[in-house]
Design a protein around this ligand. Sequence first.
Ligand code: GLY
Length: 443
Amino acid sequence: MGTSGGRVLLVDRSGRGHAYAELFSRTRPDATVFYAPGCSAITTERVVSVPHLSLSDPLPLVEFARREEVDFVFVANAVALTGGFVDVFREHGIPVIGPDRAASRLEASKSYTKDLCRHYGVRVAEYAWFDDPEEARGYVRAVPYAVVVKAEGLCGGNGSFVCDTAEDAVRAIDTLMVERRLHGREISFFTLLDGRGGHLHLPLALDYPKSDDANRGVTCGGMGAISPHPLEDARLLEEYEDRILAPLKECIRGEGLRYTGVVYVGSMLTDEGPYLLEVNVRLGDPEAEAVLPRVESDFFGVCRAVLDGTLADHPSLRVSDLYTCVVTLAQGRTRHLSRGRNKGWYVGWPYGRYGKGYPITGIERVDPARCRVFLGEAEVHPEKGLVSDGGRVVHVVGLGATRREAVENAYANVGHVHFEGMRYRSDIGRVLPWTEPALSAGT
Ligand code: GLY
């Protein structure tokens, strides 16, 4: 791969994937990024989407990687990771970054992860597991604290119910985990691991997991993000390293898990420091869209260090001083038409069913000096051009020398983009996703 050129197969289909593709090509301009399945609207000279490949079958990706003689594969998507794509690439002798299927259980099974974390001394909230909903209901009525009820398995960020009362919790219970509700401020840490004990931190971000303004509505995969995180400082990173990352790495080593790539630690910052809430085996979405535009180091070089197991010797990432603010444009409420007949309404993402195929206009009007645009679930239709194709369609990322400027740039440019049913939060970066109502919009 050397210091110039380079060919990577990036496996994802989301705004996060687009942000990775942009990072690879920005920091190594003569490299080629094959983005699979990607989004057919993203095809530049250096970023080539491969829409005929899919996240359900790794073997065509293996053939593609061989035919195109890629240097390595970077698997960024949770479905592909938990589906064992990394194992398949490895079996075929193709260098790959990402946790294998066994290591991806850290995201796929909350019970497995919480039990391991407790065993290895990672700081986690008290919790209990139930197969029997009746037992779980009895438990939440008995404990003297508020709880969070969590579904087992991959939930795309939709699997947690934060409950104020026992009756809220009783309603949320089905086949679930019950965890003591911690009060504090949420903070997400993203750390690259090389599988040999070395690590490198990516910038931190703050996610907005609620669907509606003022942090109302339902918990979803995220409606926006900002970076840097307003609470980050060197002491917090030290605490994270000591109380969470070091025992988590020991857990990965002790359990013999093969983990390379990003570990995403969702945590709650309490008066006693950070507690681990959950582990995800990939970068967050839309946090990636806030974090990756700030990275300036050659990301191919970083990946080479991951593959060689030499991250411990790698200098820290170069990160720009820019602030970022991601506003996610989601597919909201639209009419449900079938063969020209009105069948009522789609409620829209993330509340329930949503329509697809609505033309997206105005992206070319977004100011590239002040914003990035990352396409998520969008596609090219042969007649209509760029259309919506899922829940989180487009992410507009404002850049600025201050948070205020990043927020203003994001919202000024969101106004150029349109598709039927488009909805977004109007307060990303203006409020915090916890109890205090307002965020100082200065630096
Ligand atoms: N934004 C939350 C997640 O990616 O899981």
